[in-house]
Design a binder for this molecule. Structure first.
Ligand code: SAM
Length: 243
């Protein structure tokens, strides 16, 4: 009971602070704290913000990238306009969304991909954590397609099954990977951010995608069924978790 009261109180404090600072969400402070510790966005960067609604991270990314930078946000939900940012509506799991994001930066690579993506929570921790892992893996997949060598990637993840697979997939693609819990999210103890810097150049040749890699790791753990009825082409993410 006391813990619950403390968590609610902390959340309210950040919410009030966000309101008085002109940020749309308390999560703005999480990105600020990630930036203070790890400098993931530089002046002049082009930044992709995945899961941007209502726009707190987008506001902070705009401040950090400055006038010479570019910020593109994407979310399933429409985000009210933020001067200086391009805000797209789309599902990050859809290839049509990826195309839109690429076009928005005139086919050029982004310098930073930040993702605070999170599912609508069902309240069942295992289900929410599984969907979150899928979304974070998809964010990594997008980052691998759109991020310039040397670029940075940040994603939210929830502690639980498969998170080590995600960390391992990041480690093989970035030379710097750290877990970070901003003070602004310490009340949600299961939430952690993976901060990845210095994307390694692609080494050529065929390499499995993060989705395929993590999916096969989950199969080995017995978490997703190995024999799916769908053809590989129709499988996006690793939707069919065993209950
Ligand atoms: C925690 S909120 C992001 C808050 C935001 N960073 C801010 O500071 O205002 C997570 C967002 O992820 C979005 N989301 C979830 N699944 C998505 C998907 N498949 N494609 C795009 N956005 C998605 C949700 O709609 C939600 O708005």
């Amino acid at each position: 009971m006391a813990k619950r009261w403390y968590q609610d109180h902390q959340r309210d404090t950040w919410r009030r602070q966000a309101k008085s600072s002109g940020y749309r969400a308390r999560s703005a402070f999480k990105l600020k704290q990630i930036q203070d510790r790890h400098s993931v966005i530089r002046t002049g960067d082009s930044v992709l913000d995945i899961g941007c609604h209502p726009g707190g991270w987008t506001q902070v990314a705009l401040e950090l990238a400055g006038d010479g930078g570019k910020v593109v946000g994407v979310d399933l939900r429409a985000t009210d306009p933020i001067p200086g940012a391009t805000l797209l509506v789309g599902d990050i799991m859809a290839s049509s969304t990826l195309k839109l994001i690429q076009e928005e930066n005139m086919g050029m690579d982004y310098n930073s991909v930040i993702s605070d993506i999170s599912p609508s929570l069902t309240g069942r921790y295992d289900t929410d954590q599984a969907i979150s892992l899928e979304l974070s893996t998809m964010a990594l997949e997008v980052a691998m397609s759109l991020l310039a060598p040397g670029g940075s990637f940040v994603t939210k993840a929830f502690q639980g099954t498969g998170i080590e697979l995600l960390v391992r997939a990041c480690r093989s693609r970035f030379s710097f990977v750290r877990r970070f819990s901003p003070i602004a999210s310490r009340n949600a103890s299961s939430e952690v951010y993976l901060v990845c810097k210095n994307k390694k150049p692609s080494q050529g040749g065929a390499r499995s995608s993060p989705i395929a890699e993590i999916r096969s790791g989950l199969e080995e753990l017995g978490v997703v069924p190995g024999n799916q009825e769908e053809s590989e082409e129709s499988v996006v993410g690793f939707r069919r978790y065993v209950g």
